[in-house]
Design a protein around this ligand. Structure first.
Ligand SMILES: NC(=O)C1=CN([C@@H]2O[C@H](COP(=O)(O)OP(=O)(O)OC[C@H]3O[C@@H](n4cnc5c(N)ncnc54)[C@H](OP(=O)(O)O)[C@@H]3O)[C@@H](O)[C@H]2O)C=CC1
Ligand SMILES: O=C(CO)COP(=O)(O)O
Length: 335
């Protein structure tokens, strides 16, 4: 064990943060749980009524009211494990007042499946470069798991990745419970990039559905997607990994097929002719893949990996290419 004092802070007020609070609470290891969110109205509602008014509102929140706050420095100061749960596009803004000193010695867990815009860095790299957090103190929480199914206590498997697998196992012991099983990995690059890419493939899957392709084509799309994902993570961080594991293939499958997927829902609307703005307004939630595909397009300029699916999604979302035409062009490149 790395620590005797089990203190965890969850940073973010959305669906996944709420699900994280629930799984931490339902875990048997004694611990203190803290929760930061940006909205004072939301925090006050949770303190008073014990439910998040905006996301997963069926979940009962049983942490003490004084552990919920909009004061980020204070919440970070209370905990040894800091679980980041703000969508990547807004992370820099959320951490604007936080200094490397505030995070010194903390174990920082990224539960985010996105890339920091402009920096074009996955979260672990960003935290290491901006906040001097050593990789040995960084963890990634990933795997095929929708917040909505956590609320329903459906059996789910999460992967916790860190170069320090003992630390990953320690955090796993704080989050697993009767419906959450945990897998430990040392592949933070592959786990992070895999989660980022699968969001883009879920958008592609939704677009295809939206323009009228059926299940037969979707299976070919996803079979090509896992090969594209493997090519990319191999180029960025070549290690011996099995791409069929839950953190890679599993996460791709759940996102590409699930009714709960925000990225697939967003893609479906794009396929049906919504503009990006109107699709975003229609959803109360954030589709990370929209931001990520722009970053991936930039990052891949260094690696030049053959990524026809990512390029098709980029062309539709950022170059305003007609979805039906672009998907027809993509279909010709799949095998
Ligand atoms: N939902 C899920 O099942 C899973 C999500 N994740 C990951 O968790 C991370 C958080 O996503 P999730 O909880 O689903 O988010 P949601 O889509 O449920 O909620 C959106 C969150 O983003 C915040 N937000 C929206 N606009 C802004 C803005 N302009 N500035 C700052 N914050 C903003 C919202 O804050 P506010 O309410 O105050 O507007 C809210 O906390 C993502 O990286 C996602 O990929 C990972 C695994 C599963
Ligand atoms: O990452 C997730 C599930 O593993 C959530 O993203 P989606 O909602 O797009 O599926």
């Amino acid at each position: 064990m790395h620590t005797n004092k089990n203190t965890v802070a969850v940073i973010g007020g959305g669906s996944w943060a709420t699900a994280n609070i629930k799984m931490l609470t339902d875990n048997a290891t004694p611990k203190e749980i803290y929760w930061w969110m940006r909205s004072a109205t939301q925090a006050e509602h949770i303190e008073r009524f014990r439910h998040n008014p905006n996301y997963l509102s069926s979940v009962e929140v049983s942490i003490p009211a004084q552990h919920i706050s909009t004061d980020l420095k204070h919440i970070i100061s209370q905990a040894e494990f800091i679980v980041l749960n703000v969508p990547a596009a807004f992370l820099k803004e959320a951490l604007a007042d936080i200094t490397p000193e505030d995070l010194a010695g903390k174990k920082v867990v990224s539960a985010i499946k996105g890339i920091v815009p402009d920096e074009n860095l996955i979260i672990g790299e960003f935290l290491n470069q901006r906040y001097n957090i050593p990789f040995s103190n960084l963890l990634v929480l990933s795997g095929p798991c929708h917040a909505e199914e956590v609320a329903l206590e459906k059996l789910s498997y999460l992967t916790i990745a860190s170069p320090d697998t003992e630390l990953a196992a320690c955090f796993a012991g704080m989050i697993n419970n009767r419906y959450i099983k945990t897998i430990v990995s040392d592949d933070i690059y592959g786990t992070e990039y895999g989660a980022v890419l699968k969001n883009v493939y879920a958008i592609a899957s939704g677009i295809c559905h939206g323009v009228g392709y059926g299940d037969n084509f979707q299976s070919v799309l996803i079979s090509n997607a896992i090969r594209e994902l493997e090519r990319f993570v191999e180029a960025v961080h070549p290690i011996d990994r099995d791409i069929k594991e839950s953190a890679y293939l599993g996460d791709l499958l759940v996102t590409a097929y699930s009714q709960f997927s925000r990225n697939r829902t967003f893609g479906n609307m794009i396929g049906k002719g919504y503009t990006v703005k109107s699709a975003q307004l229609e959803m109360n939630m954030v589709a990370e893949g929209y931001y990520a595909v722009n970053c991936l397009h930039q990052v891949n300029k260094n690696y030049k990996v053959f990524m026809p699916i990512c390029e098709a999604v980029y062309a539709i979302l950022y170059q305003k290419r007609p979805p039906a035409l672009e998907m027809k062009h993509l279909a010709e490149q799949l095998s």
